[in-house]
Design a protein around this ligand. Structure first.
Ligand code: GN1
Ligand code: MG
Length: 363
């Protein structure tokens, strides 16, 4: 983005001072994210919302406004610091959540000070701390009135609907990429019931619908720079009604893998799995239903399979959804997720056993 545009956009918001410098920030695959500083020493996050993915930006921001206000109160009640433990929206000078120009929508948050994010964590202890942060987040939102939330992306984790869409892409094969990816496609077909089990349980009420984050990848947690404690859960775009299992599973998928999403040979790191699960359950054991606990380990397989399918689907459709940094990026990601999945399948009984042991200690 040009500095002139950046300055003009930042100037629409009720910020302290004037923009002096900015740079790209984060590792999100959907929105475009920047940080900027002002001549009064303040730092902010500025994002351009991807309207290809989020078709109702104002509705999305209403959700986030309401959820962050709710979190702020809860954090204050618990003696925490809401400036660092949740996001703070900076309104436009007209008091709006977004600045719109032509078809582009921008928002600004305060930059959470002295924090950093990681695509890959340095040790199991940090991932354990993320378990506490995500667990607290889930517990905090347990009391949030679900009927007030709009569904920003309908059927986001409805793997049945996603599978149907995937089948359509395979049949249409708009880019002629199916012949070279048949092996991957078949790996997904073969796991149909692993993909749909949780959604089936939800449909018949065996697994409750809760207020969930829906995008709990590890880079969506901010860690304190000094202590390396996980402080703040960010990227609230997909906070919607959903299953807590996808949140647990997605955190494991992204945080307990030995390689990043586009590495070549990821495996599940069971020490990381233990560390996260222990702390996550410490926070959430009181609210979880037996069917949720029973499916925690399994949810990691489901979400990893879902991501493999989403990356492959995007590849078949010519890479229009996820940001790609090189040719075949989505293909590399799909292969990566299937390898990670195979590693989870191999070590599944150990994952289930870990959950059982942790639950026994909590009982
Ligand atoms: C996207 O924007 P980001 O990077 O936090 C995607 C997630 C995927 C993730 C995979 C709205 O998240 O669902 O799990 O990429 N977000 C959306 O890296 O589709
Ligand atoms: Mg996101």
């Amino acid at each position: 983005m040009d500095e002139i545009i950046m300055r003009a956009v930042a100037g629409q918001f009720a910020i302290d001072g004037e923009l002096t410098s900015f740079r790209r920030y984060g590792s999100g695959n959907v929105n475009s994210t920047f940080t900027f500083s002002t001549d009064r020493g303040k730092k902010y996050i500025l994002q351009r919302i991807n309207t290809n993915v989020f078709s109702k930006p104002y509705v999305l921001m209403r959700n986030i406004d309401s959820v962050t206000n709710y979190c702020r109160e809860s954090i204050l009640k618990n003696g925490g610091d809401p400036e660092r433990e949740t996001l703070t929206i900076v309104k436009t000078k007209e008091g709006k959540n977004l600045f719109r120009i032509r078809n582009e929508y921008y928002r600004v948050y305060n930059f959470v000070t002295d924090c950093e994010f990681f695509d890959q964590l340095e040790n199991a202890e940090m991932f354990g701390s993320a378990g506490t942060a995500f667990g607290r987040f889930a517990k905090m939102l347990d009391g949030y009135p679900i009927e007030e939330l709009d569904e920003t992306i309908p059927n986001f984790h409805n793997s049945k609907v996603r599978y149907r869409e995937f089948l359509k892409s395979v049949r249409r094969d708009p880019c002629g990429r199916v012949p070279d990816t048949l092996e991957l496609i078949n790996k997904i077909h073969a796991r149909f019931f692993d993909l749909t089990r949780i959604v089936d349980y939800m449909e018949v009420g065996l697994i409750p619908v809760r207020v969930t984050h829906n995008d709990t990848k590890i880079s969506n947690v901010l860690f304190d720079k000094e202590s390396h404690d996980a402080l703040c859960v960010i990227d609230l775009d997909t906070v919607m009604p959903g299953s807590i299992l996808f949140d647990f599973g997605d955190a494991i998928r992204s945080g307990a893998a030995t390689e990043p999403e586009d590495g070549t040979n990821p495996e599940i790191n069971l020490d990381y799995f233990w560390a996260f699960t222990k702390n996550y359950l410490k926070e959430t054991y009181g609210i979880l239903k037996p069917m949720e606990i029973k499916n925690l380990a399994f949810s990691c397989r489901t979400i990893t399979l879902e991501l493999a399918m989403r990356f492959l689907d995007d590849y078949l459709n010519g890479d229009t959804y996820f940001r790609c940094e090189f040719e075949d990026h989505n293909l590399v990601r799909a292969v990566n997720q299937l390898r990670l999945l195979e590693s989870m399948e191999k070590r599944f009984s150990e994952m289930e056993w870990a959950v059982e042991q942790i639950v026994n200690e909590l009982r």
